[in-house]
Design a protein around this ligand. Structure first.
Ligand SMILES: Cc1cc2nc3c(=O)[nH]c(=O)nc-3n(C[C@H](O)[C@H](O)[C@H](O)COP(=O)(O)OP(=O)(O)OC[C@H]3O[C@@H](n4cnc5c(N)ncnc54)[C@H](O)[C@@H]3O)c2cc1C
Length: 158
């Protein structure tokens, strides 16, 4: 078996999953379509805000990376709705989109037990009903005791 854990996709979820796995000492592989688009923010580069700031804090509380990378790549941070009641107030950061990607990639590349590799996964290898690895478009196969799929919000219909 090549890896303990294989993470497919290096978006926000994939980065957290891979870092959590490697920081637990598990030999981890992250495969993603483009290593220069890690933790990509597709649009408005805002982290947190109403609805999502609680999620960012929860990730932070369990040792995750998003809040740390946000602090390093901030353009602006503020509490929204300070003139309204506490129920609708929330911390929201605007980050530098490109710097955030570069910083997250730097963290992945410098984490022990973690290998980052470019590749589009087109096969999940299954044995006795369990995932035992993945294959990428070039034909290479990687074995893993567990496979985590975090391919995100842009799924095709295939
Ligand atoms: C237009 C738009 C604007 C948005 N604006 C905001 C915002 O301002 N603030 C906010 O908080 N959220 C925003 N969101 C939502 C946010 O982008 C998503 O919630 C978030 O990206 C989901 O993270 P994820 O890791 O699940 O997926 P994604 O970020 O989509 O990451 C998926 C990863 O999987 C990789 N992948 C996919 N298929 C494969 C494959 N076969 N093999 C290998 N790798 C693969 C992709 O390359 C990518 O790296 C926006 C979303 C959209 C579409």
């Amino acid at each position: 078996m090549d890896y303990d854990v294989i993470v497919v996709g290096a978006g926000h979820a994939g980065c957290e999953a891979a870092l959590a796995s490697a920081r637990l000492g598990l030999k981890t592989l992250v495969l993603t379509i483009n290593v220069d688009k890690i933790a990509l923010m597709p649009c408005n580069p805002s982290i947190g805000g109403l609805g999502k700031s609680q999620l960012v804090r929860e990730i932070d509380a369990i040792g995750g990376q998003m809040a740390k990378t946000t602090n390093k790549t901030l353009i602006q941070i503020k509490i929204l709705n300070i003139r309204k009641g506490p129920a609708v107030q929330a911390l929201r950061a605007q980050i530098d989109k490109k710097e955030y990607e570069i910083e997250m990639k730097r963290v992945l590349e410098n984490t022990k037990k973690l290998t980052l590799r470019q590749g589009t996964v087109d096969k999940i290898l299954v044995k006795d009903g369990a995932a035992v690895g993945v294959g990428i478009e070039s034909g290479l196969l990687f074995g893993g005791k567990a496979v985590i799929i975090t391919t995100g919000t842009f799924l095709g219909e295939g």
